[in-house]
Structures are given as structure tokens and as C-alpha cells.
Design a protein around this ligand. Structure first.
Ligand SMILES: Nc1nc2c(ncn2[C@@H]2O[C@H](COP(=O)(O)OP(=O)(O)OP(=O)(O)O)[C@@H](O)[C@H]2O)c(=O)[nH]1
Length: 460
């Protein structure tokens, strides 16, 4: 594995923005990505550069060092934590191991971070939508590479003047067209699934239940929290991107409140009941994912953008938790979900190391919460510790969404009265000649459908 800190970031507007993460943090994460992809990391090398070499990205001394490390470890793959141009990839492969004469395949394969993540995505996508999104991301990643590679070959094959166009140029045109067609086709298929999904969401909205999406950095514990809350079993593993496809469950968090009440000292008043919710688990975010690739997951991320409340799961047992949190917030902004109410969940408090003065993870997590708002809770999704605090915090966030209503509902529309009783809060009821008068609060979706029964008696 090779990590390079490109100190020319601030001068070069075409590269990605400088990482929030240190070189070492980013390399540690690359190591997890490498393992997740099914490879075994054997060595890691770093370099801080002022001017990346346009040919090999790294300096010639480092190229030699890596070649020697490959020989020593008998390794066949070198993974860069940075994005490399197609030209750099090719030169590096030639420098490290050369090519097999019969197949022209490199003897040592060079991958960059994006290609590695896409490979993991390809292994993990289970649903048709997930697979299509990965294929689109792959095509988007390959498109500029194809053009650059062919342009290079074209130059080699003798210029591009009239009458001098070689087979390479024609092939490039054909390949570019095929790729464009494939991208259009994939986008169409994704759009079709996406409109199916939005129909599904419309149907779901008739349930009048608040929609809560669990977001967070990859491996933060989103699926584990989802399992705890919905008492269901979703694939959760110590792998990055274990979840690629959004899963939505109807969840009644009353079971957690009931458990807390049973364990509380006798006489403890029961907590205000939380309504049922629709809970969605989503793909994990990760730093340095190019915007074009994030865009390929638009259909999945629409779920996030259209939810009422976000639950942001943060793995506080990681030293880089604050940077990861920031990286997720940046991605949320990018997908237009930045303004949503958020419940911050400081997760894995059971795994937070003891501090020098012997404080437990819980105490340290509490220290982390100092100065944070009411929207933050410390939990262990694995052991269930703090689950009831989380439910209370979420209940408050959902309460904040409720809208005041004052309606008179005709007696023939009893279902609307039932809906208010199920998901809203009733402050006053009166049975009148023309229907049921109710003053109270309801979730936004129900508010809209009750608008036709609205009355205003507040001033009278
Ligand atoms: N110690 C500890 N481990 C946890 C906790 N929550 C989750 N884990 C572990 O962390 C790993 C990742 O958990 P997941 O729930 O798959 O994480 P995720 O955020 O859904 O992961 P992605 O699908 O990669 O985005 C698993 O090995 C879990 O068992 C926790 O509270 N404490």
C-alpha cells in the first residue's frame, strides 16, 4: 500500500480537495479497504511530495523502493491511496514488474483508491439497483481513462491528420460511443427503478409514519443499530461497505421503552410513547470518494434526502471519529440533506479504550458529549447500552417535526380521526354536529392530507 501526501493540493484546482485525514489515518483506512477487498496488506510506504511526477506520481527513489518491497514480499498488487491518471498507472505497472509478453498484462497490478472501492462495491451489491449503480460508477470512472489511454496510443500510432487516422482512432471512437451508450442505458434503468422507488415512497407516505434514515461513515455500526432498533437481522460485519443497498423496516421502538421501564426502580413514570417509524439503513460514506461516484449512488441517497430525521452513527472508538463525522456532514451537504434534523449517535462506547485515569468508555463518551446539544447520545449498538436514551432523543426530534392542527372531521371520515390518534398528539377533542373537532399535533405528511378539514378557532 502506498500513501502519498500531495502538498501541491492548494495550487492544483483539478485535484480533489485536501483530505481532512492525516496520511497515516488514511493509510490505516486503506488497509481495511484492502482486507475487505480480499487482499492481504503486507507493507505500507509513504511519501510527502511537493510536485507529483506526471509520469509516475511518486519520485524515482520511491518507485525503486516499492519495486524492492514487491520482490521481498512476492506481492502482485500495489494499491495507491491516491487517484492516479491512466498514464501513471501504466508507467508504474511497467516500472514495478513489467508486462507478460504473451498477454501484455502487468505482472504487478497497480490500483488506486477509487478502483479498490469500486471493486468492493461490485462484490457487495446485492440488489439489481445496487448492481446497476456500481456498474454506472465503474463506467464513469473508466470513461476519462479510456479517452486518455487511446489518445496516448493514437499519438504513438502516427498523428491524427486527415488521411493519417489509424485503427486506434477509429477504435477509440467506437469504444467511446459504446461507453456513452452503456452509461445512457444504465442511467435509464436506474431512473426506472428510481421512479418505482418513488412510487413506493408515495405509498409508504400513506402510512403517515416518520421516515428515519441511519447514515454514517462506513463500519460505524449502522446495521447493528438498525438490528437493535428493529429487532431484525441485517447483514452486519466488520467489513467496510457491508451494506450497499438501502433497507427499510417498519420499527416500533416501544419495545425499548418497555424494557427500560421494566428495569427502572418501581414507581418510575413511563416515558412518553414514541410513534412507529420507518427506518432505513444506507450505504456507508467514506472520504476521498470523487463526487462523480457519489452521483452514481443518487438513487440510493434519495432515500436519505427524503427522510424526516437522520440518525448519524459515529464510531467513537476510532481516533479519527471527529474527522469521519465531518466527512459525513460534507457528503450530506453534497446530496442536499444538510439541513435535516440529526440525532448524533456516539456509538461503540463499549470499545472506547479506558483512559489513563481508568475512566470507562461510557465516561469518556460522556466527556465527548460535554458541550453538545440535546441531539447527541452515547450508545453501544452491540450491547444495547444507551438504547433508551437514544429512543428518547429520537422521540424529541420527531416531536419537533409535528405540526399544529385544528380540524373538524366529518363523521363519515373516521379513518382520519384514527390516523391522528395513531401518529399524532391530541390536545383537545369535541364532538360537534358537523364532525369531530380536534386540536393537536401531527407529522408533516398527515398535516397535508388533513388541510381540507382545517378550522381556525384559536382567536375566538
Ligand atoms: N464493540 C462494538 N462493536 C460494534 C458496535 N456496533 C457495531 N459494531 C461492530 O462494528 C462492525 C461494523 O458494524 P456494522 O453495523 O456492519 O457497520 P455499518 O456502519 O453498517 O457498516 P457499512 O455497511 O460498512 O457501512 C461490526 O463488526 C459490528 O459488530 C458497538 O457498539 N460496539
Amino acid at each position: 500500500m502506498v500513501g502519498v501526501e500531495d502538498l501541491s493540493y492548494h495550487r492544483n484546482k483539478n485535484t480533489l480537495s485536501p483530505s481532512l485525514f492525516s496520511l497515516e489515518e488514511s493509510l490505516a483506512e486503506l488497509s481495511s479497504l484492502v482486507s475487505t477487498a480480499g487482499l492481504t496488506p503486507v507493507a505500507s510506504l509513504t511519501q510527502r511530495l511537493n510536485d507529483p511526477n506526471p509520469r509516475t506520481y511518486i519520485g524515482t527513489g520511491k518507485v525503486k523502493e516499492i519495486r524492492e518491497a514487491c520482490e521481498a514480499h512476492e506481492t502482485c498488487t500495489v494499491v495507491f491511496d491516491n487517484e492516479l491518471s491512466p498514464r501513471q498507472l501504466k508507467h508504474l505497472e511497467n516500472e514495478f514488474g513489467g508486462r507478460d509478453l504473451s498477454s501484455d498484462k502487468p505482472l504487478i497490478k497497480v490500483l488506486d483508491r477509487t478502483a479498490l472501492i469500486l471493486d468492493i462495491f461490485a462484490q457487495r451489491a446485492l440488489t439489481r439497483e445496487g448492481q446497476l449503480q456500481v456498474q454506472l460508477a465503474l463506467q464513469v470512472y473508466r470513461a476519462p481513462r479510456l479517452t486518455k489511454l487511446w489518445t496516448h496510443l493514437e499519438r504513438q500510432s502516427g498523428g491524427n491528420g486527415v488521411g493519417l487516422r489509424g485503427p486506434g482512432e477509429r477504435q477509440l471512437e467506437i469504444d467511446k460511443r459504446l461507453m456513452r451508450d452503456r452509461i445512457t442505458e444504465l442511467k435509464k434503468e436506474i431512473d426506472a427503478i428510481s421512479s418505482h422507488r418513488s412510487l413506493h415512497r408515495k405509498k409508504r407516505s400513506q402510512l403517515n409514519l416518520p421516515v428515519v434514515s441511519i447514515v454514517g461513515y462506513t463500519n460505524a455500526g449502522k446495521s447493528t443499530l438498525m438490528n437493535l432498533l428493529s429487532a431484525s437481522s441485517i447483514y452486519a460485519d466488520d467489513l467496510l461497505f457491508a451494506t450497499l443497498d438501502p433497507t427499510t423496516r417498519r420499527a416500533d421502538l416501544g419495545h425499548i421503552q418497555a424494557k427500560a421501564l421494566a428495569a427502572a426502580p418501581p414507581g418510575t413514570p413511563p416515558a412518553a410513547p414514541i410513534s412507529e417509524i420507518l427506518l432505513t439503513d444506507t450505504v456507508g460514506f467514506i472520504q476521498k470518494l470523487p463526487t462523480t461516484l457519489v452521483a452514481a449512488f443518487r438513487a440510493t441517497l434519495e432515500e436519505v434526502a427524503e427522510s424526516d430525521v437522520l440518525v448519524h452513527v459515529i464510531d467513537v472508538s476510532s481516533d479519527s471519529w471527529e474527522k469521519r463525522e465531518q466527512s459525513v456532514l460534507d457528503t450530506l451537504e453534497e446530496i442536499n440533506a444538510g439541513g435535516k434534523p440529526v440525532v448524533r449517535v456516539l456509538n461503540k462506547i463499549d470499545a472506547v479504550p479506558y483512559t489513563e485515569n481508568g475512566n470507562s468508555g461510557r465516561l469518556r463518551a460522556e466527556a465527548m458529549m460535554l458541550g453538545t446539544g440535546e441531539d447527541t447520545v452515547a450508545v453501544s449498538a452491540k450491547t444495547g447500552e444507551g438504547a433508551e436514551d437514544f429512543v428518547e432523543c429520537l422521540r424529541k426530534a420527531l416531536q419537533g417535526l409535528l405540526k399544529d392542527i385544528e380540524v373538524v372531521i366529518p363523521y363519515s371520515k373516521g379513518e382520519d380521526v384514527n390516523a391522528i390518534n395513531e401518529v399524532g398528539v391530541v390536545d383537545k377533542v369535541d364532538y360537534r354536529e358537523n364532525g369531530t373537532y380536534i386540536r393537536g399535533k401531527v407529522p408533516p405528511a398527515l398535516f397535508n392530507s388533513l388541510a381540507k378539514w382545517a378550522v381556525d378557532e384559536s382567536s375566538s
